[in-house]
Design a protein around this ligand. Structure first.
Ligand code: NDP
Ligand SMILES: N[C@@H](C=O)C(=O)O
Length: 266
């Protein structure tokens, strides 16, 4: 198939939010490496342009940068409109960030934006493209959650709750859409040493088995292709996630809080 860019392309487009670095850039490289056209979403225009040029040169696919601040509801609805002008068969709902620390000390605007990006924008984008996925009966989405989704986590209270939303939402959509040819997968990484931790400002909150972004992405794509509802990369992270489902909730919360508390606090 030849696109308007005059570049060979296979199938529909993959949209990746948070493509400017970390897991998102790794998803973009993996998918473009398979010959997929990619739409790269983020706020950092320079980083998106650089990645788009790299992917076009290396893999001869179409790679389009799309600047959008997903904390802005109007930017999300504009993005949904643009996505519906393309044949999208894969959404990687990946953009996100965390704020770590005592809840009363966290920046309220940052907490609000965190919920907008990790919860509201993610759900709006999922709903925005679901009709075209169902109409064609193929493709799907990977929603990036976290091992923080498996238990309430003191000092990451809103972040962990937002990832619990992503996990629950994805499992429900997986069940609804699997009979319609559409796969929904929640990808739940433990700590991955990306720009995420610069943004958090401390690795005190990094608890669990550390993996590279490329490994997490490879496991996520593999699980998606197998039709898995939930993928927890790394066997130690998987055991921790399962343990948190069976031990008393109060105990899971205590352990999580002790594991990620800012150092020096009781
Ligand atoms: N790293 C880790 O240890 C873990 C990460 N995760 C999750 O993985 C996902 C990716 O994180 P990771 O790659 O590690 O971190 P990075 O900080 O490297 O990447 C985060 C991406 O999100 C984008 N983003 C943040 N805020 C906005 C916004 N308002 N609008 C649009 N894009 C935004 C950033 O782009 P830009 O700044 O250009 O807008 C960036 O591309 C997140 O959802 C995170 O919660 C889950 C578990 C562990
Ligand atoms: N799961 C990571 C964050 O989302 C972490 O290990 O802290």
């Amino acid at each position: 198939m030849s696109t308007s860019d005059g570049i060979t392309a296979a199938g529909g487009w993959a949209v990746i939010t948070g493509a400017t670095g970390g897991l998102g850039a790794s998803f973009a490289r993996a998918l473009a490496g398979e010959g997929r056209n990619v739409l790269l979403v983020g706020r950092n225009e320079t980083a998106l342009d650089g990645l788009a040029t790299e992917l076009t040169d290396r893999f001869r696919v179409s790679a389009r940068p799309l600047v959008a601040d997903l904390a802005e509801p109007s930017a999300v609805s504009d993005l949904v409109k643009q996505l519906n002008e393309l044949d999208i068969d894969l959404l990687i709902n990946n953009a996100g960030f965390a704020q770590h620390g005592p809840y009363e000390a966290l920046d309220p605007a940052g907490q609000h934006d965190q919920l907008q990006v990790c919860v509201v924008a993610l759900a709006d984008l999922a709903q925005g493209i679901a009709p075209q996925l169902v109409r064609r009966g193929r493709g799907g989405m990977i929603n990036v959650a976290s091992t923080a989704a498996f238990q309430p986590t003191p000092y990451l209270a809103a972040y962990a709750a937002s990832k619990a939303f992503v996990l629950s939402f994805s499992q429900a959509l997986h069940d609804e859409l699997q009979g319609k040819g559409v796969t929904v997968t929640a990808l739940c990484p433990g700590p991955v040493m990306t720009g995420f931790w610069d943004q958090v400002g401390s690795t005190d909150a990094a608890f669990g088995q550390r993996l590279t972004a490329d490994r997490v992405v490879a496991q996520g794509l593999d699980g998606f292709r197998r039709g898995q509802a939930v993928v927890v990369p790394g066997w130690r992270n998987l055991i921790t996630a399962q343990a948190n489902r069976i031990i008393p909730r109060r105990l899971a919360v205590k352990i999580a809080g002790l594991a990620v508390r800012p150092r020096g606090r009781a």
